[in-house]
Design a binder for this molecule. Structure first.
Ligand code: MN
Length: 248
């Protein structure tokens, strides 16, 4: 069993080592992670410049690229055989609702799924200092189940863990993606040379408190496991669009 761990927080994120320790009994664990924080880089791929791989110790590599670069690199040459399971995380911060589209953590798991391995994206829902030992143990237990049961092709699991003392975690809920209330702002300022610059800002995300969603469950102290599928096709919409006059 070859397990690939990656993340978008970078090679020095403490969660990587905790996850490696927890997964070690399941097989060979290889870390390939970006050499710096690549949060919110989504599914970007480095195509317009070369990138380099740095070996930190056996089976621990960093790449001066994106989380997706890490998975692709592991697949096509860095490892002697492709991974059997990809785990991305544990991210230091939540990845729920529409944020899965911005998340480098989720994107790396999606890339693993595209390449043909079962994949898990894992996130701890806090930006405060955190201990990843118990979350890593939970992800290892989940990984064991994924190895035993498998996952359908082009499906992955998006896991968000609540940040509270482990004894106060209420259990696991299978959830759907929630919905964020957008309060992003575009800040416009002027640089010292008189040119305009912009910064995407905004407050911490606010979410609709809908029962059964990832956000609602994590907020109430449950571990949220959301199965995601890669096929975004809206089948009912295909039928509706048939009524449009799209003759060229
Ligand atoms: Mn991150």
């Amino acid at each position: 069993m070859n397990i690939l761990i990656t993340n978008d927080d970078g090679i020095f994120a403490p969660a990587l080592a905790r996850l490696k320790e927890a997964l070690a009994p399941l097989g060979r664990v290889v870390i390939v992670a970006p050499d710096r924080d690549q949060s919110a880089t989504s599914h970007s791929l480095t195509l317009h410049r070369p990138f380099r791989i740095h070996t930190h110790e056996p089976d621990v590599y960093s790449v001066d690229g994106t989380p997706t670069d890490c998975v692709v690199t592991a697949w096509y040459g860095l490892l002697d055989r492709p991974p059997d399971l990809v785990i991305s995380g544990i991210n230091h911060g939540p990845n729920m609702g529409e944020d899965v589209f911005y998340s480098g953590t989720v994107a790396a798991a999606i890339e693993g799924s595209i390449q043909g391995a079962p994949a898990i994206a894992a996130s701890l829902a806090t930006r405060e200092a955190a201990d990843f030992v118990e979350p890593a143990r939970f992800i290892a237990r989940l990984a064991r189940q994924v190895i035993e049961r498998g996952l359908p092709r082009r499906q992955l699991l998006n896991v968000n863990l609540p940040h509270r003392p482990w004894g106060e975690v209420r259990g696991v809920r299978l959830t759907r993606l929630g919905s964020r209330v957008y309060r992003d702002t575009l800040v416009k300022k002027v640089d010292p040379r008189g040119r305009d610059y912009y910064w995407i800002g905004g407050e911490d995300p606010v979410w609709q408190e809908l029962d059964g969603t990832d956000f609602h469950s994590v907020h109430a102290g449950w571990i949220s496991v959301t199965p995601l599928r890669l096929d975004l096709t809206d089948e009912p919409a295909r039928a509706e669009l048939e009524a449009w006059n799209l003759v060229p």
